[in-house]
Design a protein around this ligand. Structure first.
Ligand code: ATP
Ligand code: MG
Length: 270
């Protein structure tokens, strides 16, 4: 396998605030890599640097073999990006939204229409494509944005909280699409999420971020093993998250970490 994302000692400062504090990791082609972490951990900032929207303060990184600072155009051609905040234009139809991106991505004129039809069909919006996006549900908008990010068949797809705010059925639809991408193509996916269930079922590997650092990394099972010890069978990804980032939850009120530890101990004891 070859690394398609390589991150070395990446740093981002906003003024004096170290939002991303010297992180390093690699993602192999075809992986679904999940960045987890409490609010403010630095996940979106990391994605924004890797998608060339923010310039790093220090460190180097490459995506699809291209340097994110010196080869921004090549990086942009290699990637699709679904931002954390909903980004589709409500005053346009789904089709028109896609057409803008088709032009932006420089898709040859003669393949724009068939390619748009293809991605609309893929996310189940063939009919809805003719309607104004302002009449879409949150789930439909998210699916449209995934379609948008897939238009130019990117090598790497970045998704910042792809299912936040979606009902369980809409969320399942997004998961199904991502699972399908994972099995049918060698596209690499980097996503962030606050849903442990999502991370557990979609991700081949996970990095847990906390206060700008990556504090743990591994497959979901590896992480559960580290945290759960002999009680691996009953350890959940939620336990892992709380173990590594629980003090952030504590400082935001409550003793979630303690509660979870007690519960885990109770399970361990039978
Ligand atoms: N444009 C900005 N200017 C100043 N500080 C910022 C800016 N964007 C983010 N930050 C700060 O940087 C830190 C990391 O923010 P970031 O958005 O990367 O976190 P996150 O892990 O994506 O959080 P969330 O789960 O809430 O989306 C936070 O403390 C945030 O307040
Ligand atoms: Mg974020």
């Amino acid at each position: 396998m070859t690394a398609i994302i390589e991150v070395n000692d990446l740093v981002k400062k906003y003024g004096e605030h170290l939002a991303v504090n010297d992180i390093s990791f690699t993602v192999e082609r075809g992986e679904v890599f999940g960045l987890l972490g409490p609010n403010g951990a630095g996940k979106s900032t990391t994605i924004k640097m890797l998608t060339t929207l923010l310039t790093p303060t220090a460190g180097v990184a490459s995506v699809n073999g291209f340097d994110i600072v010196r080869q921004t155009n090549q990086v942009r051609h290699s990637i699709g990006y679904v931002p954390q905040a909903l980004s589709a234009d409500g005053n346009l139809t789904g089709y028109e939204n896609l057409l803008i991106f088709a032009k932006l991505y420089d898709l040859p004129r003669d393949i724009r229409k068939p390619r748009i039809a293809e991605v609309l069909e893929y996310v189940g919006l063939s009919e809805a494509g003719k309607q104004l996006v302002r009449n879409y549900s949150g789930g439909m908008i998210r699916r449209l944005e995934v379609a948008q990010a897939l238009l130019h068949q990117p090598r790497v797809l970045f998704l910042d909280e792809p299912t936040v705010g979606l009902d369980p059925i809409a969320r399942q639809a997004i998961w199904d699409h991502l699972m399908q991408l994972r099995t049918e193509s060698d596209m690499t996916i980097l996503l962030t999420t606050h849903s442990m269930e999502e991370a557990d079922s979609l991700c081949t590997r996970i990095g847990i971020m906390h206060r700008g650092k990556i504090v743990a990394m591994g497959t979901p099972d590896e992480l559960k093993k580290i945290v759960g010890g002999s009680a691996t069978g009953t350890t959940t990804l939620n336990d892992v998250f709380v173990y590594y980032a629980g003090d952030a939850l504590e400082s935001s009120g409550g003793s979630y970490r303690e509660t979870s530890r007690t519960r885990r101990a109770a399970r361990r004891l039978g």
